[in-house]
Write a protein that binds this ligand. Structure first.
Ligand code: B12
Length: 440
């Protein structure tokens, strides 16, 4: 079959789509022809339906596969409506938690819930009603258990034009060595994802079944080959929590990485699993930056709103480990959280000032449908749906009904986050925009 995969990446962070690269690898292994249409204003095609029609008609796909994140939904609806004469299947995080709503979008023929490598291949191979795929609003969802990542082919990096994409990312290659997170943070997809699997698998998975990692030798071989064929200066391991993988795997992987790949790297890690032993493994392998989710400096907000049991004390301890090993510390932060006061935001600024990150990234909170925090916001009547509908990013506005004064404060902190942090310390902070650090 001829498959066209669509990556809607409009007014959003540019990056390799790990899910689509994995689907592409499985489809190609099953002898299907695959092409990507990347919709993005900087690289790829801009969102102009006539222009897109020209590309789609020229390729003539038998099936169109779209990956959906909620903030791209407006564009996706327009696309599906316009191309409703094609067979369209949608998957991705939004679809997994809102399958029936997605299936009702005009033009959508079927949806994939959860991980899609086997299901999408079975559909393209002609199998009727594969598990994980729903083509009818009246049918019930049935999911297969999480697959071991050792059973699926390595991601197809050729799906993307790496030589055009890498320069935009400061020649930093994004890589995932595993999947899953056992956190239950109320704003994130992971918990809802796991709940879907628990509810619809014949054998419900345990949280630990969600955490999986790929074969270390295979990843190393892949990175060595990518390094030889492209201008890659740095690797970013974008797994949710790299230090959450077993120490033996980390040690084995990074020992080999240090010998064969050698490139400096950045990674995400949870303050809960950061310790001297694990962080030393990273440092020895040329880790230059560790990004942690600070999210809020208010322990009350973390407990009552975010369901995130990572106290300021734990964040301070983890930051000390990172700073002591002379690794750059980077923090992810959110403001504009439901029931958050000015004082809570000041706590976030103060905590950043105290732990001295080299880079900071701030997002204005956006409630994703069907997450526990969304339900809470709805119950309290906190969402301005008109504003939410128009939002495609996390920095231009808040869709939470705050007073005009608090709204003004949020926007001011958003524009001057590093300067606000500096108010609480004597150090200047460089700011990360679009996930790429601007080094001073
Ligand atoms: C890495 C990552 C990124 C990377 C790479 C993007 C990507 N999609 O790969 C970067 C940094 C670029 C990024 C950007 C953004 N991200 Co992001 N990101 C993630 C993260 C941490 C991991 C995603 C991942 O690679 N998972 C592993 C792969 C294998 O899984 P997958 O992509 O879900 O794909 C599998 C299935 O979903 C399914 N599937 C997916 N698509 C399709 C399509 C078809 C046809 C089929 C059949 C199946 C199928 O099969 C795939 C293989 O099993 C997730 C959190 C998470 N745990 O998912 C957030 C997440 C996906 N991001 C999110 C968001 C909002 C964004 C941004 C809007 C942020 C921004 N500030 O701009 C942008 C949007 C990007 C875009 N497409 O426009 C949200 C989406 C929430 C939602 N409900 O929609 C998530 C869920 C985080 C959260 N808040 O909970 N992101």
């Amino acid at each position: 079959m001829k498959v066209l995969l669509l990556d809607f990446n409009i007014d959003a962070t540019v990056g390799l789509h790990q899910g689509l690269m994995s689907l592409s690898a499985s489809l190609k292994k099953n002898h299907h022809e695959v092409r990507l249409l990347l919709l993005n204003d900087k690289i790829g095609t801009c969102f102009n339906l006539e222009k897109i029609e020209h590309i789609v008609t020229e390729y003539g796909p038998d099936i169109i596969g779209i990956s959906i994140v909620e903030t791209q939904l407006n564009y996706i609806k327009k696309f599906c409506n316009y191309f409703s004469h094609y067979y369209i299947i949608c998957g991705g995080p939004y679809v997994t938690i809102n399958p029936y709503t997605t299936l009702r979008i005009k033009g959508v023929n079927s949806v994939c819930i959860g991980e899609g490598e086997e299901a999408f291949c079975e559909l393209c191979n002609g199998k009727k009603r594969p598990l994980n795929i729903l083509s009818d609003n009246h049918h019930k969802i049935s999911l297969r258990p999480f697959n071991s990542l050792k059973n699926i082919p390595p991601p197809d990096y050729n799906l993307f034009d790496l030589d055009s994409l890498l320069p935009i990312k400061n020649n930093q290659l994004e890589v995932m060595i595993g999947r899953g997170c056992t956190g239950k943070c109320s704003y994130c997809i992971n918990d809802s994802y796991l709940k879907k699997y628990k509810g619809f698998c014949t054998i419900p998975p345990k949280p630990k079944d969600y955490i999986r990692y790929r074969n270390a030798d295979e990843i190393i071989e892949e990175l060595v080959s990518l390094k030889c064929s492209h201008n890659i200066e740095e690797i970013a391991f974008i797994d949710d929590n790299i230090t959450g993988y077993p120490a033996k795997f980390l040690d084995n992987f990074f020992t080999s990485y240090k010998k064969k790949v050698t490139l400096p790297f950045t990674c995400n890690a949870s303050p809960l699993s950061i310790n001297v032993a694990r962080t030393t493994i990273l440092k020895n392998a040329n880790c230059t930056t560790i990004r942690i989710g600070l999210e809020s400096g208010s322990d009350r907000i973390k407990k009552e709103i975010l369901n995130r049991p990572i106290s300021n004390k734990k964040i301070i301890t983890a930051s000390k480990v990172i700073n002591d090993l002379d690794i750059n510390l980077s923090t992810y932060n959110m403001i504009g959280l439901p029931l958050e006061s000015k004082e809570d935001i000041i706590e976030t600024l103060k905590l950043n000032a105290y732990i001295k990150p080299k880079y900071v990234k701030l997002m204005i909170f956006y409630p994703f449908e069907c997450t526990p925090i969304y339900k809470k916001c709805e119950d309290l009547g906190l969402i301005d749906h008109e504003i939410k509908k128009g939002l495609t990013n996390y920095n231009s506005n808040t869709c939470i009904n705050f007073s005009p004064e608090h709204r003004k404060f949020i926007m001011d902190v958003q524009s001057n986050f590093d300067r606000y942090i500096s108010k609480f310390s004597n150090k200047n902070y460089s700011k990360i925009t679009d996930s790429v650090a601007i080094r001073n």
